[in-house]
Ligand binder design. Structure first.
Ligand code: AHR
Length: 492
């Protein structure tokens, strides 16, 4: 088959915000303890952070990391994680039925993020917490000094403010599983009041209101509309969350699931713009897709995990090659909406539904989904072009007739990058580029992720089973992720 991509310098989607390549660390399972932090590990640095994990995070290229949850944040007292470690309480953690030792809190995490080359995207507790706790945390983190809270931070060893720019107003407050779950009216009100107080404390911050925790929530649509009617003026982004899994065993259908993400973003954009019109507002509401990934492999084994232990092995999905292709399709979808999606977070980063896995006391390695993320984060920069992708389609099961290729083109100076997934399970795709005055493309590199076995995985013993290789620049192999990098030369 053929895939023909037509692009023109004058037809663009928008600039790619680097923060579209964010990720997420929650106090959940072994993400923090045994993941980023393990003071007894041979690779621990002076703060107890694992250097092997830091190196992989740096390689991945993650400009922003959401913290500390997730469901965890809705029962979290941020003060528990500050001050001398020996004074910090151990607590029953109700979101994941674990024990939280509070050895890591915002003081340590912002230092970890600095070492990783990331900024922190901080979530406040709007489940059991309220306006006061939320604005207190902003003062603790961002006020220079001379107040009780900022001086407490300084006494804890952090003279300079953390300068955390981006804040989430709670997490998945539409979900009945959430501690302190609220109706849209209740959440809209508290989000508005927390937002006002937080911005009074530090007017430079940006705020994200909770949208729906998936497009399949019964309250989807109504939730966004009601919440935004309350806080449209006070917030800067609305969040979206979505997880996918190959539950039916139908790979063609699974590879088509990015169509759901595409539809979700399109619908949320429309809702935001409807509220904008109702409000007679000039402000555009941007989107923060701050949880996305494949999540289903670990669902059954998680039911067996012992409760009330510290850092139990929860949500440890072992990702297949097929999952990496889905991650690639999802990344392309986010890029195709980069005019509105300004922040996105691969959920999560280490051990918990993560591109990076570790053994306690042992090795760290890259899962299959690591590679499309790393490629996109490295090369998926610049201006996304509104290109036309012509290719055959096939049956995507529940997602309907689905194009065999998912692709986006990005222009950065005189370089053009095409990110593409060939969804066909049987046919390779000959690539044709029609660049309409962009110049003559000279191939610099064709990186691909391909494996004969859709179910191939990487493990500690075989970490390179699924790893990138070079393509021929002409064809996209059946079921493959591809990065084609061109230098644009002037036409003769
Ligand atoms: O990422 C795992 C969980 O998924 C998060 O804690 C929650 O926000 C979502 O339901």
């Amino acid at each position: 088959m053929k895939v023909r991509i037509t692009a023109d310098r004058d037809y663009t989607i928008g600039e790619v915000s680097p923060r579209i390549y964010g990720s997420f660390i929650e106090h959940l399972g072994r993400a923090v303890y045994g993941g980023i932090y393990e003071p007894e590990h041979p690779q621990a640095d002076d703060q107890g952070f694992r250097k092997d994990v830091l190196a992989l995070v740096q390689e991945l290229g993650v400009p922003i990391v959401r913290y500390p949850g997730g469901n965890f944040v809705s029962g979290y007292r941020w003060q528990d994680g500050t001050g001398p470690r020996e004074m910090r309480p151990r607590r029953q953690e109700l979101a994941w039925n674990s024990i939280e030792p509070n050895l890591i809190g915002i003081d340590e995490f912002q230092e970890w993020a600095r070492r990783a080359g990331s900024e922190v995207m901080m979530a406040v507790n709007l489940g059991t917490g309220g306006v006061e706790d939320a604005r207190d945390l902003v003062e603790y983190c961002n006020f220079p000094g001379g107040t009780a809270l900022s001086d407490r931070r300084r006494a804890n060893g952090f003279e300079k403010p953390f300068g955390i720019r981006t804040w989430c107003l709670g997490n998945e407050m539409d979900g009945p599983w959430q501690i302190g779950h609220r109706t849209a009216e209740e959440y809209g009100r508290i989000a508005c009041e927390a937002a006002k107080a937080m911005k009074m404390t530090d007017p430079s911050i940006e705020l994200i209101a909770c949208g729906s925790s998936s497009s399949s929530m019964p309250t989807f649509g109504e939730w966004e509309t009601t919440v935004l009617k309350h806080c449209y003026n006070e917030v800067d982004y609305l969040s979206l969350h979505s997880y996918y899994g190959n539950r039916s065993g139908n790979s063609a259908e699974f590879l088509a699931c990015s169509r759901d993400m595409d539809r979700f973003i399109t619908d949320v954009k429309a809702i935001c713009d409807a509220v904008k019109a109702i409000r007679h507002s000039d402000k555009t509401m941007y989107l923060s897709f701050d949880e996305w990934n494949v999540w289903f492999h670990s669902n059954e084994q998680d039911k067996q995990v012992e409760k009330w232990t510290v850092a139990p092995p929860l949500l440890e999905d072992v990702y297949t090659f097929e999952d990496a292709l889905v991650a690639g399709c999802l990344l392309i979808t986010l890029l195709r909406h980069c005019d509105r999606v300004k922040i996105a977070c691969l959920a999560q980063l280490v051990n918990v539904i993560a591109p990076i896995m570790t053994e306690n006391g042992g090795r760290a390695w890259a899962q299959t989904i690591f590679y499309p993320f790393r490629d996109a984060s490295r090369y998926g920069r610049g201006t996304a072009l509104d290109c036309k992708v012509d290719c055959p389609s096939h049956d995507g099961g529940a997602y309907g007739e689905t194009p065999c290729a998912e692709a986006v083109a990005l222009l950065s100076g005189e370089e053009l990058t095409v990110l593409a997934v060939n969804r066909s399970l049987t046919d390779s795709a000959l690539l044709e580029l029609d660049l309409r005055g962009l110049g003559k493309p000279e191939l610099m590199e064709h990186r691909q992720l391909w494996n004969e076995d859709l179910k191939a995985v990487n493990t500690a013993d075989a970490p390179d089973t699924v790893a990138p290789s070079q393509g021929d620049g002409k064809a996209l192999r059946p079921h493959s992720w591809n990065v084609l990098r061109y230098k644009l030369k002037e036409e003769a």
